[in-house]
Write a protein that binds this ligand. Structure first.
Ligand code: NAP
Ligand code: ZN
Ligand code: ZN
Length: 347
């Protein structure tokens, strides 16, 4: 066991603060990673503040992790000391259920083991990437290209795969009119991927001030959702909507923007439910669906796609001590477009 420096929440209401805990030494199939950068996801805020219920404290958040391998177990085959490696939202799963066998471990029948706020197979709490080191079975580690700036790669491990996966699953590309709702961490990656896949992309936002950014990120159009006239004009317009909204809202006005047979995929997880009106669906045979991150195989495919196409997240690098302020700014929609912690600031 070795002591690791971290930032942790001790409960749902006090600020995150320095914390020291022990990590295991690498087991035969483990990779030990010195963390360099860790992204700040809105799910960190939801869980730190126990907005979804069931939070485990102390909590070391962070599931957008990039670092360098410093030790490997005797049976590790795919990583060597000195490699860049990434860890996303989960660090284990049952490995035998139909979802795990289909490379979709995020839908594991017994539940994936979250990178933090989870429990490993021995029942010990898991601690995430707001820390200097992590030890993970190589099966749940990703290969990271040396070609891209790694602070911009870190958010791909959650914001990237969470938007890439549904766009691929619903085969979005040329000829599709796509709306991305909410221009934050997930939303800005959704714009980059949907545009890169050839779709006609519109950002639907509550923030007029993000218009130029949306276009710079690759969107073709921008609309402010608080304007009733705009929402009326866009009714029946989109083949596919990806909703990344993090806070309580009504799903119906967005569903009404779908064309015949259109689909809205929800990836944002507001703590409160929304009532869906049957009339929002039946009149144009619309669908509403959800999607959770992506499996290890698809995450690697996404990372390789980003390396080939020069896609990274637009980030603001912060010190660990600035994370509480970053949460407040994220809640105000004041993030362009992902905070990433420089883990050197913890040492
Ligand atoms: P974020 O950076 O805070 O972005 C969320 C965006 O939603 C904001 O920038 C804002 O965009 C919009 N928004 C916020 N409140 C709104 C409201 N009341 N009405 C309408 N729009 C609102 O958060 P994120 O990190 O992208 O995460 C977004 C959500 O996805 C969170 O709930 C997170 O937990 C969830 N998530 C899900 C998965 C998954 O696997 N499904 C994975 C990761 C995260 P505008 O300013 O453009 O309106
Ligand atoms: Zn996340
Ligand atoms: Zn499983």
């Amino acid at each position: 066991m070795t002591a690791v420096k971290a930032y942790a929440a001790q409960n749902a209401t006090t600020p995150l603060a320095p914390f020291i805990f022990e990590r295991r030494d690498p087991l035969p199939t483990d990779v030990q990673i010195e963390i360099l950068y860790c992204g700040v996801c809105h799910s960190d805020v939801h869980q730190v503040r126990n907005e979804w219920g069931g939070s485990i404290y102390p909590m070391v958040p962070g599931h957008e992790i990039v670092g360098r391998v410093t030790k490997v177990g005797g049976e590790v085959k795919n990583f060597t000391v000195g490699d860049l490696a990434g860890v996303g939202c989960f660090v284990d799963s049952c490995r035998t259920c139909p979802s795990c066998l289909a490379n979709e471990e995020q839908y594991c029948d017994t539940g994936m083991v979250g990178t933090y706020n989870g429990r490993d197979k021995e029942g010990n709490p898991t601690y995430g990437g707001y820390s200097t080191r992590i030890v993970v079975d190589e099966k749940y580690c990703l290969h990271i290209s040396e070609a891209l700036p790694i602070e911009g790669v870190a958010p791909l491990l959650c914001a990237g795969i969470t938007t890439y996966s549904p766009l691929r699953h619903w085969k979005i590309g040329k000829g599709h009119k796509v709306a991305v709702v909410g221009l934050g961490g997930l939303g800005h990656m959704a714009v980059k991927f949907a545009a890169s896949f050839g779709a006609d992309v519109t950002v639907l936002s509550t923030s007029k001030s993000k218009e130029q950014d949306a276009l710079n990120l690759g969107a073709h159009h921008f609309a402010v959702t608080t304007d009733p006239e705009t929402m009326k004009n866009l009714q029946g317009h989109f083949d596919f909507i990806l909703s990344t909204i993090s806070a309580r809202h009504d799903y119906n006005p967005y569903l009404n923007l779908l064309t015949l047979n259109g689909t809205m995929v929800v990836v944002g997880v507001p703590p409160q439910p929304s009532v869906v009106n049957a009339f929002s669906l039946i009149g144009k045979r619309r669908s509403i669906a959800g999607s959770l991150i992506g499996g290890i195989k698809e995450t690697q495919e996404m990372l390789d796609y980003c390396a080939e196409n020069g896609i990274v997240s637009d980030v603001e690098v912060i010190k660990a001590s600035e994370v509480n302020e970053a949460y407040e700014r994220m809640l105000k929609g004041d993030v362009r477009y992902r905070f990433v912690i420089d883990i050197a600031s913890l040492k």
